[in-house]
Design a protein around this ligand. Structure first.
Ligand code: DC
Length: 221
């Protein structure tokens, strides 16, 4: 007999402020999945590295600083959050203007991406072993291309500039969306791309509910 609720892996990629987090969180609620925001991983690491005095323009100094960081996972409702040395930093810290301005620079450093690669892949096992989740939804820039290229469902979200700027302004955030996207798309390792074969979804014209309905219909079809 086939399993009525096979464990699903859903990859959601896209540029800054394209609606990845709200959409992924809502889908996790609806379908009973564990949600992982890998942008928050890079933000958390950026925050910890800045605290340790690291500078993104000196990538050679990063290795020893990374080695001092112990990664863990804390599950809060449907969200799995990255802890560093047994603590999850506050959202206010990882979404500060300083982190916004530095995160894509640290994310372009190969040692930083390598440091997170196995951790991010291991989240599928974390979700399975937890026992209460029907699968994993992971959002980021390289999830469908590098972390889970064989995921059953891979989506690439995009939206027009004005919509994205308005979303950040509504969140009260200072963020240089276009600059980050440029750096994220142009880096050598795991750049922001629409993975081959992924479903492209324009989130500009649709309210959140509409995007979630659309993706859930595709997943459940
Ligand atoms: O999703 P976000 O805007 O919070 O992501 C912050 C930064 O993290 C983004 O500018 C690039 C980086 N990032 C990445 O390089 N790879 C991912 N899978 C997720 C985020």
């Amino acid at each position: 007999m086939s399993d009525p609720t096979p464990f699903k892996i859903i990859a959601v990629d896209g540029g800054a402020a394209t609606g990845k987090s709200s959409t992924s969180r809502a889908i996790a609620e609806r379908l009973g999945l564990m949600h992982v925001d890998t942008g928050a991983h890079y933000r958390t690491l950026t925050y910890a590295l800045l605290q340790a005095g690291a500078q993104a323009d000196q990538p050679d100094s990063i290795g020893p600083k990374l080695a001092a960081l112990q990664l863990g996972t804390e599950i809060d409702g449907r969200s799995a959050r990255l802890s560093i040395n047994h603590s999850v930093p506050d959202d206010a810290h990882i979404r500060s203007p300083e982190v916004n301005a530095n995160v894509s620079k640290f994310a372009a450093i190969e040692a930083v991406r390598e440091f997170l690669f196995n951790y991010q892949r291991s989240q599928a096992q974390v979700a399975r072993e937890h026992g209460a989740f029907n699968g994993l939804i992971m959002e980021g820039r390289d999830i469908g291309s590098v972390i889970f290229p064989n995921a059953e469902f891979r989506f690439f979200l995009f939206a027009d500039e004005a919509t994205r700027a308005a979303r950040r302004a509504k969140d009260g955030q200072t963020d240089s969306i276009a600059e980050r996207d440029k750096r994220d798309s142009q880096r050598k390792t795991a750049p922001l791309v629409c993975p081959a074969g992924a479903t492209r979804v324009d989130t500009g014209p649709l309210p959140l509910e509409g995007v979630v309905d659309h993706l859930c219909a595709l997943i459940e079809a």
